[in-house]
Design a protein around this ligand. Structure first.
Ligand SMILES: [Zn+2]
Length: 259
């Protein structure tokens, strides 16, 4: 069953963001169907890989210095995921939602040697999707319909809407809410315009299989979509994210240096 944490302010979850675990890989493309499939929990392996690089010997007289391209980090292969930005316009194609920035996403996951290819934005012309119903809990039918209208494929959709409608009033930039993640063979992040870039990184982290582990990391939300999450990532988070089926190995090695 889906679980989630709300980023609406609550006593116990004041710093959480919406979260639903991604489904297992290999399911039919949700975006090409009108419903999502029951999510299967990914095998969630916490590999607490020790930093095995070790300390350099104190003295190597006359010896050529050992190649140490990675400093204290681990040398691993580069991997890449694709982000599909999606804007939502009115039915006539006018007034699309704004573009969103991925600089923090690139920065944080770059420490895990995970890169992102950012595809050219696509636009969904649906006036009613510009403000989507959001209950702070499981994805609403409208949120699922929006995700289903986004492009399918082996990528992560990041869909920008004008706002969430919680039923008690439309959220503004300071009222909490603002981003959530829907699992699927093609995961979708739905973010309100103006969402902090670290919150985008957080939600993409969910799409890559991360949970709210790691105190004082970007996977601990602030509860406000305009407020930045901590800019810290752990080795464990890197190792988990690097197992995502959404990632493709690419040429070259990289120093994985989470901090
Ligand atoms: Zn979250």
């Amino acid at each position: 069953m889906r679980t989630f944490e709300s980023n609406h302010q609550t006593q116990e979850q004041s710093s959480e963001l919406f979260f639903r675990p991604k489904t297992g890989a290999g399911l039919p493309t949700a975006a090409q169907n009108n419903s999502f499939f029951p999510p299967a929990h990914p095998s969630y392996v916490q590999r607490n890989a020790a930093n095995s690089s070790g300390a350099a010997p104190d003295v190597q007289m006359q010896a050529a210095p050992a190649a140490a391209p990675c400093g204290p980090g681990l040398t691993v292969g580069r991997r890449r995921a694709t982000i599909q930005p999606v804007r939502v316009a009115r039915n006539d194609g006018t007034h699309p939602t704004e573009r969103i920035g991925f600089s923090r996403l690139t920065e944080l996951f770059g420490r895990c040697c995970i890169e992102f290819a950012i595809s050219p934005p696509r636009t969904i012309n649906r006036t009613d999707f510009q403000v989507v119903n959001d209950t702070g809990g499981a994805a609403t039918p409208e949120e699922n319909a929006l995700a289903a209208a986004a492009p399918g494929g082996n990528h992560i959709n990041v869909i920008v809407v004008q706002n969430f409608d919680t039923g008690g009033g439309v959220l503004n930039a300071d009222s909490g809410g603002g981003a959530m993640s829907i699992p699927g063979a093609t995961p979708s992040v739905i973010a309100v315009e103006g969402t902090s870039r670290t919150v985008i990184a957080h939600e993409v982290g969910h799409a890559l299989g991360l949970f709210h582990t790691g105190a004082a990391t970007f996977m601990r939300g602030t509860g406000r979509h305009g407020a930045a999450n901590p800019r810290h990532v752990t080795l464990s988070q890197c190792n988990t994210a690097r197992t995502s089926a959404l990632l493709t190995p690419i040429a070259g090695n990289c120093c994985m240096d989470p901090h």
